[in-house]
Ligand binder design. Structure first.
Ligand SMILES: NC(=O)c1ccc[n+]([C@@H]2O[C@H](COP(=O)([O-])OP(=O)(O)OC[C@H]3O[C@@H](n4cnc5c(N)ncnc54)[C@H](OP(=O)(O)O)[C@@H]3O)[C@@H](O)[C@H]2O)c1
Length: 226
């Protein structure tokens, strides 16, 4: 398979690329500011999803992709009152509009029978203490449902919505007190690692998952059943 990973430089993206390359797949990935060392077997393209020129330039490398993985995400951890206008624009652009515009350009050049997988979040399902992060993730979840109708049968669209993921910047930047609250509301009592999540992503790319469309797969240790 050819996988195009938008935001491949993210913590989850790097874990996914490693797993996908090890499984023998071809990966083309984007970064914005961080060049990802040690993943030279992938092809890397620089793309700021706020830039029209960068988005336009993705069409060529994404041509023929079987899977588009959407990973960019900003989570400033602000309250409603603390957000300033520039920060609001950035979070909306990176978490939603930039990815919408990327799908607009890339979906038409993907292979027949292709699959778009969006990295959503439990914050998109239940809200978040950062209201804009939660709202933008929720917007991506709703977008997946809409596109799952309009892009089929050529392309299916699904969301994978994890709770806290270890081995990521977001996890490492969260205070122990907040992590403890997350653990207490997670029935399994622990979080998924970026590498295990990467294996979940690889799993749902397999052909026998071909009826998965418009779904949101919650990977959060049963958080919603409490
Ligand atoms: N980590 C978690 O616990 C967790 C839980 C639930 C959901 N998620 C979701 O999973 C996805 C990946 O999360 P992560 O924790 O692995 O992310 P991360 O390590 O914080 O990386 C953020 C990504 O966003 C990219 N980005 C930021 N500004 C950008 C811009 N202007 N244009 C293009 N890309 C830009 C970054 O690119 P550069 O680094 O190259 O600048 C990087 O690839 C996100 O959508 C996040 O919401 C994460």
């Amino acid at each position: 398979m050819k996988i195009f990973a938008l935001g491949g430089s993210s913590s989850i993206g790097r874990a996914a690329i490693r797993v996908l390359l090890d499984a023998g797949h071809e990966v083309c990935a984007t970064y914005n500011s961080r060049v990802s060392d040690g993943l030279d077997r992938a092809t890397w393209v620089r793309a700021d999803v706020r830039s029209t020129a960068d988005l336009d330039a993705l069409v060529r490398p994404a041509e023929g992709a079987d899977v588009l993985l959407l990973l960019p995400g900003l989570s400033p951890g602000q309250t409603l009152a603390a957000y300033d206008d520039d920060q609001i624009a950035d979070v909306v652009d990176v978490n939603f509009s930039g990815q919408f515009r990327a799908i607009q350009r890339i979906a038409p050049v993907m292979a027949d029978g292709s699959h778009i997988i969006i990295l959503g979040s439990q914050a998109g399902q239940r809200g978040s203490s950062d209201p804009l992060y939660g709202a933008t993730k929720g917007a991506m979840h709703a977008l997946a449902k809409s596109l799952a109708k309009s892009l089929t049968p050529r392309t299916r669209v699904n969301v994978v919505a994890p709770g806290m993921v270890t081995g990521t910047a977001m996890h490492d930047e969260t205070s122990e007190a907040v992590l403890d609250i997350h653990r207490k509301t997670t029935p399994t009592g622990h979080f998924i690692s970026a590498t295990d999540l990467a294996h979940v992503l690889l799993d749902i790319m397999q052909p026998h998952w071909c009826q998965l469309n418009g779904a949101c797969i919650d990977i959060n240790g049963g958080m919603y059943i409490r």
